[in-house]
Write a protein that binds this ligand. Structure first.
Ligand code: WQD
Length: 337
């Protein structure tokens, strides 16, 4: 079975490619390398001893997308990661985000329709919920007005897929709403490669512990939580990657109950920023310098997943805990120059 993975050299995409190759799938990767490096492909090969086909294509170029599908007639499934994903950047560059996250999705779906391709997995995010009224968050939670253009592109993307699945009898799709992906492959051959100053908590922590950053800023400790800092559901990227294989197999083996399904992917456990810091220090024996600063605009107070649907219907459950994820992130950081 051949699977197209768009954004396959990105953080979650590359780990998913490893899991697909290890399960015996043939993989074709599309990536424009705007937020990744060709070295990730070498890392995938070192881990799996396989060299998946790689096509450097910018999916914003509609004709290039058509050419790809013209030259690849035997695609059995598509996992679509390719998108820009920095919340803060999306506020500053909304049009870049709408073009890169929406147009590319439409072009891929148009080619799937032309070729009558059926199995599609979409990389979505818990950001679509905004600050949920009820915790843990289940898939029926109402979608609030997105806090950022990035979050809006995920809501719009899901709607596009839902509308297309409704009017196309053979097309089947699953959207996976990730909570907070962290960590790295246990071999430390691949991991998170933030470009510039990390926006996300874990890479900032590991770079601070490695001496690349002077100090971590904790964005606010006056939230209505036990220790005043925000709570998130930090899920190991390997658990997340495996979930994509399980979801694809659900579609390929026609186990899906509806033509379009949605699953939350988290551990079901929330941890505060201070708890993450303490766990990191304990697991790595590194002292982490940090200071409390002002809140970051757009941050929600607390988000963690109700994992019941993913556990019982998808048949997937996160295996790793926060300590495992932080240790793998640190091992990966120590290999960076
Ligand atoms: C986590 C917590 C910060 C950095 C975003 C997107 C989500 C997904 C993951 C793409 C928050 C605090 C952070 C720092 C801090 N992205 N923090 N100091 O914002 O929950 O989720 O990234 O799919 O869609 O919304 O993740 O890691 O940025 O922040 O105190 O230097 O850490 O305030 O409470 P977030 P994050």
């Amino acid at each position: 079975m051949k699977v197209l993975v768009t954004g396959g050299l990105g953080f979650i995409g590359s780990h998913t490619v490893v899991c697909l190759l290890n399960e015996g799938y043939e993989v074709v990767i599309i990536d424009n390398l705007s937020n990744s490096s060709i070295s990730v492909l070498e890392g995938i090969t070192r881990i799996t001893e396989k060299s998946p086909e790689f096509c450097k294509i910018d999916l914003r170029d509609k004709s290039k997308v058509a050419d790809f599908f013209e030259n690849h007639q035997d695609i059995d499934g598509v996992i679509h990661f390719a998108a820009s994903k920095a919340v803060g950047e999306s506020v500053k560059k909304p049009l870049l985000y709408y073009e890169n996250n929406i147009n590319t999705l439409v072009y891929v779906l148009q080619e799937m329709r032309r070729k009558q391709l059926t199995n599609f997995i979409f990389s979505s995010s818990c950001t679509v919920y905004g600050q949920a009224d009820e915790l843990p968050i289940n898939e029926n939670a109402p979608l609030k007005k997105a806090e950022s253009p990035y979050g809006n592109t995920k809501q719009i993307g899901e709607q596009i897929i839902s509308d297309y699945a409704k009017d196309h009898e053979i097309f089947k799709a699953i959207s996976l709403r990730y909570f907070n992906p962290i960590g790295a492959h246990p071999s430390a051959e691949i991991g998170e490669l933030p470009i510039g100053i990390p926006q996300n908590l874990i890479p900032f922590i590991t770079q601070t512990a490695a001496g690349k950053r002077d100090m971590l800023s904790v964005f606010g400790n006056d939230y209505p939580t036990a220790d005043g800092t925000c709570i998130r559901d930090y899920i190991h990227v390997m658990d997340l990657a495996q979930a994509h294989v399980v979801a694809l197999e659900r579609l390929m083996k026609n186990k899906n109950k509806k033509t379009y399904e949605i699953f939350n992917l988290g551990t079901g456990k929330g941890n505060s920023v201070l708890e993450v810091i303490k766990t990191f220090e304990k697991e790595t024996n590194q002292k982490l310098p940090y200071k409390i600063t002002a809140r970051r605009e757009g941050d929600i107070i607390s988000a963690y997943a109700d994992t019941k649907k993913a556990n019982e219907e998808l048949g997937w459950k996160a295996k790793f805990n926060l300590a495992d994820s932080l240790k793998s992130a640190w091992k990966w950081q120590q290999k960076q120059v």
